[in-house]
Design a protein. Structure first.
Length: 282
């Protein structure tokens, strides 16, 4: 698309599904389809056969290949059209919840926070009583912990074996948690001059897994650094009688355990052993 860098990460598979007709399977990611960086970066992705997300993916590819004008999607939000406005609307919901005396919380993990519109909205949310936890791997232009401005905002950064690259965003939303993954950082270039996607994760198991990932990052007391109001970072350490928690290690071990259990659940298959052909090594 002229004048815009396409930064979204999406793969669409369309197949004939027997009696069900055409089936769309979509993969959305927060990182590039790159076998080298996949070994170095930590990312999140969603593989789904949700019909609405499948229809949205078809419309998205039609738009970026020039076959149709961008349209309103069923579930996706895209930059530079609606992504920022949707984030602002979701922040506003938390502000209204807090003003009504109800629980309100925002958790977000992105690579950078630079966009002044998003920053101002987060300041308003903090003053309204919204608890905000941000995991910003790189540059952050928001000042946390400032009295009468950002006293309810915590910003941490994780520096460890893998480069933190996932974008995960969660809103309490009156107890009906809304969780998203995204290709976009919170920067003007991503929200105004790039083609990006914000993807809702609605499956309860996947949603809870992402929430658990976010909460694990904010419990890190080994590799986490907290951003202070003056712009410096403070290395976090376990408190007295507190166990060390290294978030990447915890998540890595959990992923290995899920893989082990999945392998155990596979149906046993009997594979015949055939003798080698004449002249082949045994």
């Amino acid at each position: 698309m002229r004048g815009l860098k396409t930064h979204a990460k999406c793969c669409l598979i369309v197949r004939r599904g027997g009696d069900t007709g055409i089936q769309r399977i979509v993969h959305f990611g927060t990182g590039n389809y790159n076998e080298t960086t996949a070994r170095l970066y930590s990312d999140a992705s969603l593989l789904t056969a949700d019909p609405d997300l499948g229809a949205d993916a078809v419309a998205f590819f039609n738009a970026i290949t020039g076959y149709s004008q961008p349209q309103r999607y069923r579930k996706l939000e895209a930059a530079p059209l609606t992504l920022r406005d949707t984030l602002l609307d979701l922040i506003q919901v938390e502000i209204e919840q807090a003003r009504d005396g109800l629980p309100a919380r925002i958790m977000a993990k992105v690579n950078a926070l630079v966009d002044p519109v998003i920053i101002d909205a987060l300041y308003l949310a903090s003053e309204a009583g919204v608890e905000i936890q941000l995991n910003i791997r790189g540059i952050c232009c928001l000042k946390p912990g400032v009295k009468k401005l950002s006293s309810r905002i915590e910003v941490v950064s994780i520096v460890d074996r893998f480069l933190e690259h996932a974008r995960i965003i969660a809103f309490h939303h009156g107890g009906e948690e809304k969780v998203f993954i995204a290709s976009a950082d919170w920067m003007p270039r991503n929200l105004e001059r790039r083609v990006e996607l914000l993807i809702p994760v609605e499956d309860p198991r996947c949603r809870d897994q992402l929430l658990g990932i976010l909460e694990t990052y904010f419990k890190d007391n080994v590799k986490a650094r907290r951003l202070k109001p003056d712009g410096s970072h403070q290395r976090l350490k376990p408190r007295k009688n507190e166990e060390p928690l290294r978030s990447q290690q915890v998540l890595h071990e959990a992923a290995r355990e899920r893989f082990r259990l999945a392998r155990q659940r596979r149906r046993t298959l009997f594979e015949p052993h055939r003798p080698p052909e004449s002249g082949e090594p045994s």
